[in-house]
Design a protein around this ligand. Structure first.
Ligand SMILES: C[S@@+](CC[C@H](N)C(=O)[O-])C[C@H]1O[C@@H](n2cnc3c(N)ncnc32)[C@H](O)[C@@H]1O
Length: 745
């Protein structure tokens, strides 16, 4: 049992850590002891919160004949005069309650450097006496008051702690505790944690989460929460848990804290029958200088840094989700050492081990029913690192891979990323599913491409003031309508005229304006890249977006809703590899899917393809021609393209067909606050029957021997095929004319 002397010493030390002198603390402590009838618990509870408050009250209390230095009134000074009878006076000597009806007024701590505010006194009626009930209620009120504050006051760091260094030494720790209490997702309370208590519970009210604090002995401190009923809150894993835990600087005793004050913020948590896992940030701090930023701010900054540092990130990359994922993985791996875990872990180990020389992405195998080995397991993509060690996929990407769906074991190749299930079948060979890639529903953006699009070259960040309700039914089209008319019909189909104009640009590029990339200035001895062959200026659909005044059901929002038709990836009979088909009949002008991949600059794509180190049979880059600037001129490194080789959606399975393909690609501005560029959306050019293969004219000139990428041997089967030798000399104009007529007819 700890002696009173020791308890007093600890209390004084705790206060010293907060910047209160021993001289100041001692009389107030005595008063409180008296008040609580020599019961230490209410004083020690909540990291000596009551004591800290009482000292502050003593400080705040105006000095006067009736207020000697040993008297601390737990009342806000401004109320003191008006409600003297309701305040509790604590004497420095033996406990001397002025009145049985007086009660302590507990103040809310100030949130910034000056810490404890005196602006929030608690109704004294709630503390009618110093009875146990009153003390309980007082304790509860303290909790309520402390829910949202950072409770720091000039703590004394360890003498040998370099404060500046301590800031940099903010650590993230994973704390696992296999029991059933858990953290809530609600904005959480902050606690001042006593240095010598094994567990302190701060009760809350109205369902507001409460917390326990454990101080460190050999293991790190942690904070956990449960609701006022002691149940686990539902919204686990939210990232707003925010807890400040402060330790004193005491050293020596095994059960006492041995480190400088630190701020302890719970970042994420995961709860399951397997146990709870939390991740927290611990900062050694100088509270006079330190203000804990919000987690959202921190995450945003980290995400921004990742984007800049690494080549590529999925657009929905979120540090917060990643940390949550880590918690879940810790819980899972700690409990479940299955074979599957070993396999996956190995692939990550491979990535890690080969980080220096090359990065190995080992796609996860298909589940093969017939015992057929998936080629992709044996032939992983090998991607060389660039000079600066950053090549696809890099560290951040590998971390992000857990969020991106691999295509193994896929009755739905999108692994639930899309609203509809996209099945995979192979009726013609033993390959059960396509070589692995990472399924993404939205483009990822490389930092360079990001710089280009965030420069606002393509889109206009401002929303349209004229949008309201469903823009398509407005009597006068708003500014989102391209050329004064919306491209979509009320049924969500692209209007025939618009569709034909888009098709015509593809078919007769020579009749349409082009713009040309300017190559980068290069040193004389360096080979110049191939001169730009020109990018077509295409018709663009601009969809309404979050800054528009209309609602999500507005008819001028189609592509942004994602895939809605039933598609299937299938193995083609003609030798084109995998292809995409529709399972339902589709009307003319229907949106099928976007071509999704990694958004790169042309320069980045060239660098990537020049390495040609990956063992990928098919290539998937597509120019984003619509990415023109107002001057009609682009620098080479500004022109954008999409590469779906490693990351992509079902669009990457659409094969080429010369001229009479049944899909047409239309650039669509689907804006987000961060991205303003044209997405490449594929719409049906004509009515398509169920089970018909979906095709698209890549615009390849098979006669062009100078083309940097060797075109494949076309097996499209079209009567107008440009790839078949015997057709090459036939008049292209005649072929185009035939297609136009066929389209009209
Ligand atoms: C975007 S991918 C299409 C999906 C691809 N078939 C697969 O299995 O992943 C483009 C590649 O498919 C092949 N391909 C597409 N259309 C073709 C065609 N008409 N004839 C022959 N091969 C074709 C070529 O190898 C081309 O580089």
């Amino acid at each position: 049992m700890v002696s009173n002397k020791e308890r007093a010493r600890r209390a004084i030390d705790a206060m010293t850590a907060l910047g209160f002198s021993k001289k100041e603390t001692t009389p107030v402590l005595k008063s409180l002891l008296k008040l609580f009838e020599q019961n230490w618990e209410p004083i020690e509870d909540e990291c000596y919160r009551a004591l800290a408050n009482a000292i502050l009250d003593a400080r705040d209390r105006p000095k006067g004949p009736e207020h000697d230095s040993h008297r601390a009134r737990m009342v806000a000074p401004e109320e003191d005069h008006h409600q003297p009878s309701t305040s509790l006076v604590v004497h420095g000597g033996p406990c001397d309650l002025d009145s049985e009806t007086e009660a302590p007024r507990i103040k809310r701590p100030r949130t910034n450097s000056n810490i404890f505010s005196a602006d929030h006194s608690i109704d004294p009626q709630l503390f009618p006496s110093s009875s146990t009930a009153a003390k309980e209620r007082a304790k509860q009120m303290i909790d309520e008051e402390f829910q949202h504050a950072v409770f720091l006051r000039e703590p004394k760091p360890e003498p040998d702690v370099d404060v500046a260094q301590s800031f940099q030494d903010a650590q993230v720790g994973v704390i696992s505790h296999p029991f059933n209490t858990c953290s809530s997702g609600a904005a959480g309370p902050l606690a001042l944690c006593p240095p010598n208590q094994n567990q302190t519970e701060i009760s809350g009210n109205k369902g507001i989460p409460v917390q326990h604090c454990r101080t460190r002995t050999s293991s790190p401190s942690f904070v956990e929460r449960k609701d006022s009923m002691g149940k686990q809150p539902q919204n686990r894993g939210s990232l707003s848990n925010h807890t400040a835990v402060m330790h004193n600087t005491e050293t020596g005793s095994a059960d006492e804290c041995t480190e400088a004050p630190y701020l302890h913020t719970v970042v994420a948590s995961s709860s399951s029958t397997m146990g709870d896992v939390e991740m927290s940030i611990k900062c050694n701090i100088d509270p006079s200088k330190f203000r804990m930023p919000s987690l959202e701010t921190i995450f945003r900054m980290v995400e921004d840094k990742c984007l800049r540092s690494y080549k590529n990130l999925p657009p929905n990359f979120s540090v917060g989700s990643m940390i949550n994922e880590i918690c879940q993985c810790v819980a899972q791996l700690a409990n479940d050492r299955t074979a599957e875990y070993t396999v996956q872990s190995d692939s990550f180990d491979n990535c890690r081990n080969s980080e220096k020389e090359s990065v190995l992405v080992k796609p996860i195998a298909c589940v093969n029913s017939g015992g057929v080995k998936n080629k992709s397991v044996e032939d992983p993509f090998i991607l060389e690192t660039s000079e600066n060690g950053q090549e696809y996929p890099n560290v951040a990407q590998r971390l992000a891979l857990s969020q991106v769906r691999s295509t193994h074991d896929a009755p739905d190749i999108s692994k639930g990323e899309e609203k509809v299930r996209i099945s995979v079948v192979n009726e013609f060979s033993s390959e059960k599913c396509p070589p692995s890639f990472y399924y993404i529903q939205r483009n990822t953006v490389s930092p360079k491409a990001y710089d280009n699009i965030s420069a606002g070259r393509i889109g206009d960040e401002d929303g349209c003031a004229g949008c309201f309700g469903n823009c398509l039914s407005a009597p006068i089209p708003c500014a989102c309508a391209t050329g004064g008319e919306f491209a979509y019909t009320p049924e969500g189909l692209v209007r025939t005229e618009f569709l034909e104009k888009c098709f015509s640009v593809n078919l007769f590029p020579e009749k349409h304006h082009k713009f040309f990339c300017k190559p980068l200035e290069r040193p004389r001895n360096e080979a110049s890249p191939e001169p730009c062959r020109g990018h077509l200026i295409r018709k663009v659909i601009k969809e309404c977006w979050s800054k528009c005044g209309c609602n999500m059901q507005c008819g001028n929002r189609v592509v942004q809703h994602g895939i809605t038709c039933n598609l299937q990836v299938f193995f083609t009979q003609e030798g084109k590899g995998w292809g995409l088909r529709t399972l339902d009949e589709l009307p003319k002008g229907a949106f099928v899917c976007e071509y999704v991949g990694e958004l790169l600059t042309n320069t980045e794509l060239r660098e990537r393809t020049s390495k040609k180190t990956h063992k990928v049979g098919y290539t998937y880059p597509v120019d984003l021609d619509a990415a023109c600037d107002s001057e009609g001129v682009l620098k080479d490194e500004e022109a954008l393209c999409l590469d779906a080789t490693f990351y992509g959606n079902v669009g990457r399975f659409i094969n080429h067909r010369c001229y009479d393909a049944n899909l047409v690609g239309i650039p669509v501005e689907v804006e987000t606050p961060l991205h303003h560029y044209c997405h490449l959306a594929l719409f049906t050019r004509k009515k398509i029957e169920a089970f018909e293969e979906l095709t698209w004219d890549y615009g390849i000139d098979f006669d062009d021997d100078k083309h940097p990428g060797k075109p494949f041997q076309c097996l499209c089967g079209s009567r107008y095929c440009r790839g078949r030798r015997r057709h090459r000399n036939r008049g292209k104009a005649a072929a185009k004319q035939a297609v136009v007529e066929e389209t009209r007819g």
